[in-house]
Design a protein around this ligand. Sequence first.
Ligand SMILES: [Zn+2]
Length: 157
Amino acid sequence: MDKVKKYIIDTSAILSGRINISTSNYIYPDSVINEIKNGSLEKILGVADINIQAPEKKYVEMAVNAATKTGDYNVLSNTDIDVLALAMEYNGTIVTDDYAIQNVARQCGIEYSGSGIEPIKKSIVWKYRCTGCHRIYDKYMDICPVCGHTVKRYSRK
Ligand SMILES: [Zn+2]
């Protein structure tokens, strides 16, 4: 059994410049690496020998289910889901500055830390408010079914 604690690193943590990229127990989702390579930030990664992994499908499904329950799914990218999935797969700690990822992690009992910015301390309960009639919904929707205006997400403390 591998007793070394694993850390799952997301894009925001890499871009923060505050982490040591080549730390041996860091795991990078392959989608995160691809995301960075698609940008102009490849030099951040340099030629470091890093551990790049794709999560197993069943963990991706678990992550999708968890994010759907917390109401964060519609703002998470596939990359964000991979970060959560790998954390579940390796029972690892997520390093991210993304509050939506932190929120899902917190509510699933996954450990997380910020790369330097204070991580969230309380779960965020998302609500959705119509910009037209101001009705409040518990679930995400694009358009208010009552008046047809856009529905926007906000957090209720
Ligand atoms: Zn409305």
